[in-house]
Design a protein around this ligand. Structure first.
Ligand SMILES: NC(=O)C1=CN([C@@H]2O[C@H](COP(=O)(O)OP(=O)(O)OC[C@H]3O[C@@H](n4cnc5c(N)ncnc54)[C@H](OP(=O)(O)O)[C@@H]3O)[C@@H](O)[C@H]2O)C=CC1
Ligand SMILES: O=C(CO)COP(=O)(O)O
Length: 339
């Protein structure tokens, strides 16, 4: 089957739209599918996604589409950018409509709800073994990407040809550097765990602590991420790159991060529901905390920051108690295997 578009993006929220803008700006015909026909009509009428990225024009080569069958027939390259809690559901919807030559990449950052499985396992379970898979991960706020501000990201997957084709589709010499990476597991995990650590950094700032505490959380958060990553088969060195240190620094330090803002609100004494409602977009770290915590417990990996965020989100703990518990931990060597 011949492509009538270069790529189809599933998910017309802030990041799906930003990636579609980026692809279309590179000269690639890009279909952007969203599940809400009224939202897609608005995109067509306004030639902008005013609900998520106000004031940013959609390039001519970006075609909003509300029919999933049409979207999936148009291209064999399918980029999924929906929140992690609906990732499996969207793949199930897509499965009967996928072309036999489809290749699936996602930019979703998270683990499967309840089980804590990587999204590659969800994709394999839903779709079987036949399709090449890949993931995009790294420090990329949707608004900056959509506005064409310089950005860098990584891509890894099961098939080198697909990974390299994605680099070609996304890379722009003036706006977007795309690094090929061979650690499919590491890129997926980094994107999930950084959400949890960003909540902790937000909580710390919300309490009124300073740069020292925030930086300690980023640094020890990186240790936790690396420890968990190595336990599930990722390469430790991956986390010194875009999907580890890069995304941790971005989301722990800048208020564009919804996870950080969520933590800030909690640190200022707001409850979980109020904090989430104020943000009004997906806060992946809320669920991701449970998933990362569950995975770490299952594997016996110590993740003290994650554990404290879990206590605040799910067990009635307060950010002050979390800070006290972290500070009061037994003295340790910085390079000790466990924390
Ligand atoms: N925004 C960013 O800067 C970045 C986001 N990401 C990741 O991208 C993923 C998506 O986040 P983002 O775009 O920011 O989230 P948003 O909250 O901006 O948008 C989510 C979109 O998903 C749609 N959606 C929800 N449920 C379904 C469903 N069942 N089927 C189809 N579409 C659905 C929503 O539609 P509706 O509004 O109708 O509910 C909305 O359009 C997350 O995993 C996030 O971590 C990664 C890097 C950067
Ligand atoms: O993943 C992101 C940037 O890389 C977006 O972060 P938030 O989901 O915290 O807004």
């Amino acid at each position: 089957m011949k492509n009538t578009a270069d790529i189809t993006v599933l998910g017309a929220g802030s990041y799906g739209t930003a990636l579609a803008i980026s692809l279309a700006s590179n000269g690639h015909k890009t279909l952007l599918w969203g599940h809400d026909p009224e939202h897609i009509e608005n995109l067509k009428r306004d030639r902008a996604n005013e609900a998520f990225l106000p004031g940013i024009a959609l390039p001519d080569l970006l075609i909003p589409e509300s029919d999933l069958a049409t979207a999936l027939a148009a291209s064999n390259n399918v980029l999924v950018v929906v929140p992690s809690h609906v990732f499996g559901q969207v793949l199930k919807q897509a499965k009967p409509l996928l072309r036999h030559d489809a290749r699936i990449v996602w930019a979703t950052k998270g683990l499967e709800p309840e089980t804590g499985r990587l999204l590659q396992e969800v994709a394999r379970e839903v779709l079987g073994e036949q399709y090449p898979l890949a993931v995009l991960s790294g420090p990329t706020f949707a608004k900056e990407l959509a506005a064409g501000m310089p950005t860098a990201i990584s891509v890894a997957g099961t098939d080198d040809t697909f990974t390299n084709d994605l680099v070609e589709l996304l890379h722009s010499p003036s706006r977007l550097r795309v690094y090929a990476n061979d650690d499919f597991i590491g890129l997926q995990l980094g994107g999930a765990v950084k959400n949890v650590i960003a909540i902790s950094a937000g909580m710390s700032d919300g309490i009124g602590f300073g740069a020292n505490a925030r930086t300690a959380l980023i640094t020890r958060g990186l240790v936790e991420l690396t420890r968990l990553g190595e336990a599930i088969g990722a390469q430790g060195s991956t986390f010194m790159g875009m999907a580890g240190l890069g995304d941790l620094v971005l989301t722990c330090t800048d208020n564009q991060s919804r996870n950080r803002r969520f933590g800030l609100a909690l640190g200022q004494g707001k409850d979980v529901d109020t904090a989430q409602a104020e943000i009004g977009q997906v806060v992946e770290g809320y669920r991701n905390t449970k998933e990362v915590y569950t995975l770490a417990k299952r594997l016996g990996v110590e993740m003290p920051i994650t554990e404290q965020v879990y206590r605040v989100l799910y067990q009635g703990g307060t950010p002050h108690e979390a800070a006290k518990a972290l500070l009061g931990r037994e003295k340790k060597s910085e390079t000790a295997e466990s924390d």
